[in-house]
Write a protein that binds this ligand. Structure first.
Ligand code: A2P
Length: 278
């Protein structure tokens, strides 16, 4: 082997220094329960997205290849940072590692936002429903902080169903912060006249409102509690994000109320997206 060939071979065989492509720095981490956490990171200057969309984020895998998963952006499009809300799965390939993130760490973020939970995928209406279970709250954390939501609708109803009370905390604190936000407060109105209605329910731990939202819709209890008419295609629009069984059940219910599923290219009365699962 001549020197040249040896030099070439040695060079390609050298372990590559792992440089993260599309790296962003973690700026904030908060653990909400032993199974849920949220974090914030820097936002690429070039990243434009519509509130409700998701991106691929992750970490470098042991094999030197990026390990990426779809995550809804939980921050609104005007925020200078990005926020994500995640489950922790102990043997999940990504979240078992992601849950140990600390401020200053780097994550990989592919700046190509996509998704159906966007205002463009719905026809104009009077009232919008955001139906979430578990971490399916994330895209609504973005949409609920987007002024367009309150400009486009007279009433905004967010329902969040979780097994236990602690799992509601991220959403409950967000709703509080929205109600106290100087800019959004103007659009939403003061307490009794507020156009933002929050309807949290739990299924496995005692709380002021118990039951699956699907059952509460079927029985009419949610409409009675909120003092409103049942869902109708002339007035109501809906976005759904939760586990698969929930999404299917809500779809059937919404279709029963006369709503049709829309898409970016074909706006209609409701849209659905699966919540991130590791
Ligand atoms: P339940 O406790 O009755 O299963 P998970 O943690 O499994 O993703 O569930 C999150 C929440 O979604 C739980 O409160 C769960 O209720 C509820 N849920 C699960 N499946 C459905 C469904 N098909 N319709 C409505 N709610 C559901």
């Amino acid at each position: 082997m001549d020197d040249m060939t040896e030099a070439l071979l040695t060079d390609t065989a050298k372990p590559k220094v792992p440089t993260l492509p599309d790296a962003q720095k973690v700026t904030f981490v908060k653990h909400w329960t032993d199974k849920l956490f949220s974090f914030r990171c820097t936002r690429p200057a070039s990243l434009r997205f519509r509130s409700g969309e998701f991106v691929m984020i992750g970490l470098m895998g042991d094999n030197g290849r990026p390990l990426l998963r779809a995550y809804s952006i939980a921050s609104p499009s005007w925020d200078e940072e990005l926020e994500f809300y995640s489950i922790k799965v102990q043997d999940g390939p990504l979240t078992s590692r992601l849950q140990h993130l600390e401020v200053g760490d780097e994550i990989i973020l592919r700046p190509k936002p996509v998704g159906t939970l966007v205002h463009d995928a719905l026809l104009p209406g009077k009232r919008i429903w955001f139906f979430a279970t578990g971490t399916g709250f994330a895209p609504f954390a973005s949409l609920l902080r987007d002024p367009q939501t309150y400009e486009d609708y007279e009433e905004v109803i967010i329902t969040h169903t979780c097994r236990e009370v602690g799992e509601l905390t991220y959403g409950a604190e967000l709703i509080d912060s929205i109600r106290n936000d100087e800019m959004l407060k103007e659009l939403i109105g003061e307490e009794n006249l507020s156009k933002l209605r929050y309807y949290p329910t739990t299924t496995r731990e005692e709380s002021p409102k118990m039951g699956r939202i699907t059952d509460l819709m079927r029985s009419g209890e949610v409409f009675a509690d909120l003092g409103i008419d049942p869902i109708a295609p002339e007035t109501d629009r809906a976005m759904v994000c939760g586990n698969l069984a929930f999404n299917l059940e809500i779809k059937e219910l919404l279709e029963g109320f006369g709503l049709n599923e829309g898409a970016n290219s074909d706006p209609k009365e409701y849209v659905v997206e699966k919540a991130f699962v590791d």
